[in-house]
Write a protein that binds this ligand. Structure first.
Ligand code: ACO
Length: 330
């Protein structure tokens, strides 16, 4: 029994509008058949123009606060993982605080590709265990469609918009909560998944915009090869740090980037599909929001029980990868 960060609340937000594979057939040279067989995606949700990363994050946070039965004023820190902040500064975390309450709350944005949510959970858990914080809001929110090039069929079909939020809460003498985490980043693969324009390396210019440098670029094949190794490594290393093995895992919640990447992990660990959450068919890749979205669905379907060992696992730009091992329950 230890002092740990337990998941006191979970909330999600998905925009209403749906873009199906058939809709995409009218925009780029692709087919429903190609997208389904190569990725597992059938449709994705798309934010309205006036919906932003912070507005989606705020909606998800409201649900998470309600679930935790606390008020925004009870929060003492906000970590917002995102790759598509409303603006580079001010932070999306500060925007969410402002949309939730007039009370100032410290907060930061965290950018670690699609692994950002996993990093956020570990950082919040460590702050809580260090003793200075009680309730931390960990958000994963991205409006990836704002940086998706709808003239590039190799990426246009993959992404959707969404947000998710956890309330992590300090609890003493518990065996529930975040048991361990495994975090990794290796910049040698940085160019495989990159938004080249708009930063200090390539400030926005007429040329950079004309050359479509502000859109996400991905080397799909190389990223795929990296992901099929990174996912099982993160699962095994996270569990090892908690003194557990794959056999102890009740539920795996993997990043939803490609069904074939998830299937490779299922085969490698010889997992019963009942122990793996998959919802990529209806949302596509929503970056840092995939894990809260998938976890929430599993909860709604009654697949999460008190005491279950749940492994959250992601990979993405950086390159980055990692996992959180959580014993479910408050
Ligand atoms: N529709 C039709 N054909 C297409 C499409 C499309 N949308 N996209 C590519 N193709 C074609 C290619 O042009 C190529 O044609 P060619 O053989 O004539 O040259 C053929 O399909 C095969 O292309 P590949 O790139 O080899 O396709 P692959 O099977 O690798 O699938 C994909 C591409 C889906 C991008 C896959 O590589 C992948 O999922 N990669 C990993 C993505 C990932 O995990 N990203 C990390 C997370 S990113 C994040 O979360 C933000």
């Amino acid at each position: 029994m230890k002092t740990r960060a337990v998941v006191a609340g979970l909330g999600t937000y998905v925009p209403e509008a749906i873009l199906t594979n058939h809709d995409l057939e009218k925009i780029v040279d692709t087919s429903d058949e190609w997208i389904v067989t190569r990725t597992g995606i059938r449709e994705r949700h798309i934010a309205r123009e006036d919906e932003t990363t912070s507005s989606m994050a705020t909606e998800a946070s409201r649900f998470a606060l309600k679930d935790a039965q606390i008020e925004a004023e009870d929060l003492d820190f906000i970590v917002c993982a995102t790759n598509t902040p409303d603006t580079i500064f001010p932070s999306t975390a500060a925007r969410v605080q402002h949309q939730l309450t007039d009370k100032p709350i410290p907060g930061v944005d965290l950018q670690a590709g699609c692994t950002g949510l996993i990093y956020g959970m570990e950082m919040a858990s460590a702050l809580i265990q260090a003793g200075s914080y009680h309730n931390i809001l960990v958000i994963g929110a991205d409006k990836l469609t704002s940086i998706t090039d709808y003239e590039d069929r190799t990426t246009a079909v993959l992404f959707g918009d969404a947000a998710g939020a956890f309330v992590l809460q300090r609890k003493e003498d518990t065996d529930h909560g975040v048991l361990s985490s495994y975090l990794q980043a290796d910049g040698r693969g940085g160019n495989l998944l990159i938004q080249p324009g708009g930063g200090s390396l390539m400030p926005a210019s007429k040329e950079s915009v004309e050359n479509r440098q502000h859109y996400l670029k991905m080397n799909g094949n190389e990223t795929f090869r990296f992901a099929v190794k990174a996912l099982p490594e993160a699962v095994e290393e996270g569990l090892k740090r908690a003194g557990l093995t794959v056999g102890d895992m009740n539920l795996l919640v993997p990043h939803q980037a490609n069904l074939r990447i998830i299937d490779a992990a299922v085969r490698r660990f010889e997992l019963d599909p009942e122990r793996v959450v998959v919802n990529i068919d209806r949302y596509g890749n929503t970056s840092v929001a995939t894990i809260p979205l998938a976890l929430q669905e599993a909860r709604m379907e009654g697949r999460l029980h008190d005491g279950d060992v749940v492994v959250l696992c992601a990979f993405g730009a950086g390159l980055s990868w990692g996992s959180n091992v959580i014993r479910w329950g408050k």
